[in-house]
Ligand binder design. Structure first.
Ligand SMILES: C[S@@+](CC[C@H](N)C(=O)[O-])C[C@H]1O[C@@H](n2cnc3c(N)ncnc32)[C@H](O)[C@@H]1O
Length: 384
């Protein structure tokens, strides 16, 4: 494919956002468009954009964008946090622990969770895992529970949950029946209104990255409503929660887990905690030079960015100064930034995933478009 003309890619992006509510990361969109162009024998992106206007090609592209890349024991840091911080809270649970892997693709995530629960919970503690996805063909693979594995890639203490498939000429393994019996699969579209309820734990990873910010917010609110009070929600690394009430973030960056507030934890706190103002950057000054910007109110901290952000490095350094602040609103002001590149956007997404109180603020139309394109706007800004 020729280097994609940004305007043509924007047309394609607009088409999939308005018709399917999807907002994939730039590299995913580029890769899928390239794949479709090769299948159609097209070399001009503009010719492909014309085809996307026709509904059958749009359906093909949307289906490809929803393709489920997945694996067993994906994102180990999160799974470790599940084992060390969450499972102990399920001891003496009484009722079966209810878990949902939403957007489970071919089932690896749902089975991984079942194995971790089986190993980590008390012997007589029951659990059930629901795996759901929009794709019937993925769910067929999930239900069969047979995989070609590289066991080297699995933690050795979990090898016992796989059994070799004897009649298979290839090297395939089946999920152990003890685990298989605790997991069931069902078709479910996260864009639907009806969600299953009363879960202790929900994993919805690497699914929301494809949704527009408004659709993402709706899904997250419904996921939260599907949790029991005190229940846990895990999202993918680059998926952040913002503007969702009744959720508390716990754990370090990369292993972040959100917890639905219990009625007790929703009581107003006695006194708001005061925090030092974050480092603000000014042109010509090293990003981490300590130049303080007074907070507009004790509950708001501000970081003013200026100059060029071509790659992620500078953005990462600057955002580091606010990522760990415990303050209800952290405003990152962008209007003085002269350029914002896509790698900078990735760092901004990471910062949001780490601290849901960060709000990126811009009034310049180019910057607003940038924020919207990368899913970095709050819902209020999104309406502008
Ligand atoms: C990249 S996979 C993620 C699989 C797994 N959660 C993981 O992190 O390994 C994304 C999955 O989301 C599913 N998906 C996309 N849109 C969906 C929707 N609206 N409702 C339910 N599932 C959806 C896709 O079919 C795909 O299987």
């Amino acid at each position: 494919m020729e280097r994609a003309d940004p305007n043509t890619m924007e047309e394609i992006r607009f088409c999939i956002a308005s018709n399917a509510g999807l907002s994939p990361p730039e590299w995913v969109l580029q890769a899928r468009v390239k794949q479709r162009m090769a299948a159609l024998g097209l070399t001009e992106i503009s010719a492909y954009a014309d085809r996307v206007g026709n509904s059958s090609e749009l359906d093909q592209l949307v289906a490809l964008l929803r393709v489920g890349e997945t694996s067993f024991f994906r994102h180990r840091a999160q799974l470790e946090s599940l084992q060390t911080s969450v499972l102990p809270t399920f001891h003496k649970h009484g009722e079966p622990v209810r878990v949902w892997s939403a957007g489970c693709a071919s089932g690896e995530e749902a089975y991984t969770l079942a194995m971790i629960l089986d190993k980590g919970l008390a012997r007589n503690q029951k659990y059930h895992v629901l795996g759901s996805d929009i794709s019937p063909s993925s769910l067929e693979v999930a239900s069969a529970g047979i995989y070609s594995l590289n066991k080297q890639e699995l933690p050795s203490e979990f090898h016992r949950y796989f059994v070799p498939v004897r009649e298979s000429s290839t090297d395939q393994s089946a999920i152990h029946p003890d685990i298989r019996d605790q997991v069931h699969f069902d078709i479910h579209n996260l864009a639907d209104d009806k969600f299953p309820a009363s879960f202790d734990l929900i994993f919805c990873r690497n699914v929301l990255i494809y949704f527009t910010p408004a659709a993402k917010k709706r899904v997250v609110e419904k996921l939260v409503a599907s949790l029991k009070p005190g229940g846990y929600l895990f999202l993918g690394y680059s998926e952040s929660l913002r503007g969702v009430k009744g959720l508390k973030a716990e754990g370090a960056q990369g292993a972040r887990v959100y917890r639905r507030a219990t009625p007790q934890s929703q009581q107003p706190s006695v006194a708001p905690r005061q925090k030092p103002a974050p480092i603000a950057s000014t042109p010509g000054q090293p990003a981490n030079a300590p130049s303080h910007q007074p907070a507009s109110t004790p509950s708001t901290q501000r970081l003013r960015l200026s100059g060029e952000y071509n790659d992620g490095k500078r953005m990462a350094i600057e955002l580091r100064s606010v990522i760990s602040l415990d303050c209800p609103t952290i405003e990152v002001l962008l209007d003085e930034a002269s350029y914002l590149g896509s790698e900078a956007a990735e760092e901004m997404q990471r910062a949001l995933a780490a601290n849901a109180n960060i709000v990126f603020i811009a009034s310049r139309s180019g910057h607003l478009r940038f924020l919207r394109r990368h899913g970095l706007l709050t819902s209020a800004e999104d309406k502008r």
